[in-house]
Design a protein around this ligand. Structure first.
Ligand code: PLP
Length: 464
């Protein structure tokens, strides 16, 4: 499988290269040249598979040029073996034809574990083969950092540096990162905001000379391997609910458009998905685009669902690439306008094409809290604010009540106890047993000034 850039000017790469690459050299994102498509018979045969068997089946075509099937199988088994629920991604019924896909039973309690636990192990495998050392650098507003650290803590080939805004992530989120004491793990609390952190990561990738001969590897959701791993649970859920013989709809709490893009790919690989709902918080650029074909940036708002607080959704470019008939040259000029913060409208027929599959809904903080409360009263389930946005959007947008609607439960409610309390839920969601002592564990992190020199200087000093 070859991977090509959405802007059409960068060299195509194989899986191993794409795993270690960040952005393409032309500023685009890598996508597979074509998708494997499964027939209805093949999908029917998946019904008897374990999550791990299914994961290997779905992902092998994307990686097999670089990783042989036994090695891949072992990596997948080890990855999902770290999850605490035997079903890995259990479906919980909320109402008639309405379901929550619980994606928060991984080690760090958010869906990002599905991708990042795998990514860490794949990177380690490839680097072992190449006898290469790299530095991973990422910025986090919460969930990405802990999942990436957990995925890499055992790697001999990786030093991982995660920047978070000092005193601006929740205590659970900070402790999930800072209580990993491995000596290849470095948490930097930057005296600035998340955008400052992200800006430093971007600048470091653009000019890596401060690292001498050490390659930087990205763990944000532009990394193709993350998207790939997320395709699997769409198959898993839809097959449990009757695919290929029955269509299924999904509602996805969306920030950078990575998770929902994986659903779009699952559909293009043969899964009968008849609707994808883009569920956003007040940072609703995608909802506004889907409603009236206008792509317009608004300032960032801080919400109760911080993992969806974005100004632009980086993976949306991957969908636009298809809407532009995979013409990288045409898309490049559209992206230039978007990046220059111009308002962009695309040709009506392209927008209509997207609207055939996608609906959208924006949910503000009040409605998020109401949804947490309402669902608790209806079912006794406590859900986190991100998942609540998904359920609210699912209920607002469902096109056909006879089609099962699955909301992706993206985080464990114990990760966001403040929001749960604010919603008036009478009991605090408990951390699962493997984290019960989180608040008494030793922490290790370094507070640094909000300056690129400070961060890069720290990295130079601490690389192994
Ligand atoms: C990252 C995250 C999201 C958003 O996912 P995207 O792939 O960026 O759309 C939603 N919910 C939670 C809990 C997250 O951590």
């Amino acid at each position: 499988m070859k991977y090509i850039s959405t802007r059409g000017q960068a060299p195509s790469l194989n899986f191993e290269e794409v795993l270690l690459a960040g952005l393409a050299s032309d500023g685009g994102l890598y996508v597979p040249e074509f998708l494997p498509v499964f027939t209805a018979e093949e999908i029917a045969a998946m019904a008897s598979m374990s999550y791990e068997q299914l994961a290997t089946k779905i992902m092998l075509p994307f990686v097999e040029d670089c990783i042989d099937s036994e090695a891949f199988d072992a990596i997948v088994k080890e990855t999902y073996g770290t999850f605490s629920h035997a079903a890995r991604a259990p479906l919980k019924q909320l109402a008639e034809n309405e379901w929550l896909l619980e994606l928060f039973h991984g080690p760090t309690l958010a869906f990002k574990d599905f991708a990042l636990q795998l990514l860490g192990r794949l990177v380690d495998h490839v680097l072992e083969k190449r006898q290469q050392q790299v530095a991973i650098l990422g910025a986090t507003s919460g969930d990405t950092g802990s999942a990436a650290i957990e995925g890499c803590r055992h790697s001999k080939h990786v030093d991982i540096f995660i920047l978070h805004p000092h005193q601006r992530v929740s205590e659970v989120q900070r402790r999930q990162m800072t209580t990993i004491l491995a000596d290849n793990v470095f948490n930097l609390a930057v005296k600035g905001n998340f955008d400052d952190c992200q800006g430093m990561v971007k600048a470091s990738f653009n000019d890596q000379s401060f690292l001498k001969d050490r390659q930087l590897v990205a763990v944000n959701s532009i990394n193709w391997a993350r998207i790939m791993a997320q395709i699997v649970y769409y198959f898993h859920a839809a097959i449990s609910l009757g695919a290929p013989y029955r269509s299924v709809a999904f509602s996805v709490p969306t920030g950078n458009f990575g998770d929902i893009f994986a659903g779009y790919l699952a559909r293009n690989m043969g899964l009968p998905i008849n609707q994808l709902v883009i569920a956003t918080n007040q940072n609703d650029i995608l909802h506004r685009f889907m409603s009236n074909n206008l792509y317009q940036m608004h300032p960032l708002q801080h919400t109760l669902s911080p993992s969806m607080d974005i100004v632009v959704s980086s993976n949306f470019e991957r969908l636009l690439f298809d809407l532009y008939g995979r013409r990288g040259d045409q898309l490049a000029s559209v992206m230039e306008k978007m990046n220059a913060k111009e308002d962009v409208e695309i040709e009506d027929y392209r927008w209509q094409q997207a609207r055939k599959l996608f609906d959208s809904h924006a949910v503000n903080d009040d409605a998020t809290l109401q949804m947490i409360d309402q669902l608790f009263k209806q079912t006794g389930e406590i859900i986190d604010p991100h998942s609540a946005i998904g359920v609210a959007a699912a209920r607002a947008c469902s096109r056909d009540p006879s089609v099962p609607m699955v909301t992706l439960g993206t985080a464990h409610p114990a990760k966001f106890p403040e929001a749960v309390e604010k919603a008036g839920i009478p009991r605090e969601p408990a951390l699962p047993p493997h984290m019960a002592d989180l608040f008494s564990r030793e922490e290790k992190f370094t507070v640094v000034d909000n300056s690129l020199e400070a961060v890069q200087g720290f990295m130079q000093q601490h690389l192994h």
